[in-house]
Design a protein around this ligand. Sequence first.
Ligand SMILES: Nc1ncnc2c1ncn2[C@@H]1O[C@H](COP(=O)(O)OP(=O)(O)OP(=O)(O)O)[C@@H](O)[C@H]1O
Ligand SMILES: [Mg+2]
Length: 262
Amino acid sequence: MEQILSCKNVTVFRGTTRALDDLTFNISAGQSTAIIGPNGAGKSTLLKLLTRELYPFVDPASELKLFDQTRWSVWELRQRLGIVSLDLQQTFFSDITGRNLVLSKFVNTLGHVDESILTAKQIDRAESLLVDLEIKSLQERPVRKISTGQQRRFLLARALVHDPEVLVFDEPTAGLDLPSKFQYLKTVGRLIDGGKTVVQVTHHIEEIPPEINRVVLLERGRIIADGNKADILTGENLSRLFEVELRIVQEDGYFRALPGAS
Ligand SMILES: Nc1ncnc2c1ncn2[C@@H]1O[C@H](COP(=O)(O)OP(=O)(O)OP(=O)(O)O)[C@@H](O)[C@H]1O
Ligand SMILES: [Mg+2]
């Protein structure tokens, strides 16, 4: 089976911090995965390895492959990987409209797009995403003048324009109200059911969609547990990871952490 990410003994430094420490880890196609860990554990760093925003420390013993290849042009990679992150959201300084945010992905920029250079197929694709994600009526507004949840949906539309096989989400539900959160979870479920692989970083275990079955616990740049969701999301594991006593309840495919011993 194709491996989306395959890393062997990979270390990543951020400044002087060893953000990922000798990591050996694979994600195969179809294996949607949630990555959980405290602040600073290296979760975003791990996603940035996947999106080629960061590179491993050079070491002959280490290897990093994306889609079974060691070399990639970022442009090609971005067609196969869609990204939604807070970082991306925080780069909205301009007056770019929602429509342009989505369309500009086709030309790999973040700005105004002259639509006459796009194909009818590209415009149709963007239009149908705007309709699906229920944001078409907001498309002419500058993205910095719409709500966080609405911005997130435009980012998701942008991430989906090339119909990528893999979607990478870094704290996708941060700042969303309950209906937006539930809508997001439903959308992710639909994407996974439709054959996409989702790799999601989250702080809240209740925001892991039931369709994601694999969970990885990351602590100080190392994986301390990895496997089936129900086996990994235990009170014991999470209490150790977050250094506070927690118990876990499970309902309708969702997990929830509560304070106190089980
Ligand atoms: N731009 C940077 N320069 C220097 N060090 C950084 C930088 N970004 C992150 N780090 C450090 O790298 C380590 C891992 O950071 P990372 O952002 O991957 O953590 P995280 O698990 O995503 O945390 P959070 O839950 O707070 O988002 C942390 O110790 C952090 O301080
Ligand atoms: Mg992070």
